[in-house]
Design a protein around this ligand. Structure first.
Ligand SMILES: Nc1ncnc2c1ncn2[C@@H]1O[C@H](COP(=O)(O)OP(=O)(O)OP(=O)(O)O)[C@@H](O)[C@H]1O
Length: 234
């Protein structure tokens, strides 16, 4: 499998004709329709749009957490839609990292344990998991504080630990749903700096959602959604 860095500039993620309808009949809601875009490897893309415009629905489909009603998604040229759940789960474990608004750390575990715990499902040796967890914490600037529990860390630091957990298996694609929404603007910018470093130094591709124009400015591309459709792509 090529290293993340070697893919830089090539299309890593592509959505083609994606449509997602929730429910049936009269109560059906079309959350996404006619979604087409391609994301070059080693770039950061922000999805913007009002509440209900379809951002989370799209991220869930890109992250192999949900299936479109129509259309397909390709990750590194391979279709990830329509695969059996076991295969999608393998792709999520190896190629995709997920970050959420609410951090989702386990309170009784230290930062290090939170990151290492996520790696146990990979089946790698304890020694390599330890090295991978420490490397990921280093990448987000949290190695010094890795023995602290979440409650001893600021919101921004907790989110950095959550990012370390999401990237510990060195995925090529990081998906982040409103990663700065619970943070003040200074901490939000710190998180964006971490993301920019992951793009610059590790060649990672990041797709995130945000409502904050200051955050959006730091992305390479901005895709605007309105009522489930792309209305601009800059
Ligand atoms: N599981 C579901 N069942 C029915 N409708 C849903 C479901 N999930 C989302 N929707 C609908 O799909 C549309 C898009 O929702 P989505 O959560 O993707 O929007 P969003 O842009 O992420 O909003 P927000 O910024 O508030 O998170 C909305 O009309 C929503 O009500």
């Amino acid at each position: 499998m090529p290293q993340t860095e070697e893919l830089r500039g090539e299309t890593i993620l592509e959505a083609s004709g994606v449509k997602r309808v929730f429910g049936r009949g009269q109560g059906a809601v079309t959350a996404l329709d006619q979604i087409h875009f391609a994301v070059p490897a080693g770039s950061m893309v922000a999805l913007k749009g009002r509440s209900g415009s379809g951002k989370t629905t799209l991220l869930n489909i890109l992250g192999a957490l949900d299936e479109p009603t129509e259309g397909c998604v390709f990750l590194r040229g391979r279709e990830i839609t329509g695969l059996p759940e076991t295969e999608k789960s393998r792709i999520r474990r190896t190629e995709i990292g997920l970050v959420f608004q609410s951090f989702g750390l386990i309170p009784l575990m230290s930062a290090y344990e939170n990151v290492e715990f996520g790696l146990r499902v990979t089946g790698a040796s304890a020694k390599s998991n330890r090295a991978a967890a420490e490397h990921a914490l280093e990448q987000v600037g949290m190695r010094e504080r890795m023995r602290h529990r979440p409650m001893e860390l600021s919101g921004g630091e907790q989110q950095r630990v959550a990012i370390a957990r999401a990237i510990a298996h060195q995925p090529s694609l990081l998906i982040a749903d409103e990663p700065t929404a619970e943070l003040d603007s200074k901490m939000g910018l710190q998180i964006m700096r971490v993301f920019r470093d992951l793009v610059s130094f590790s060649g990672m591709t990041i797709v995130l959602t945000s409502h904050d124009p200051g955050i959006m400015e730091l992305a390479d591309y901005v895709i605007a959604l309105e009522d489930g459709k792309i209305v601009s792509h800059t």
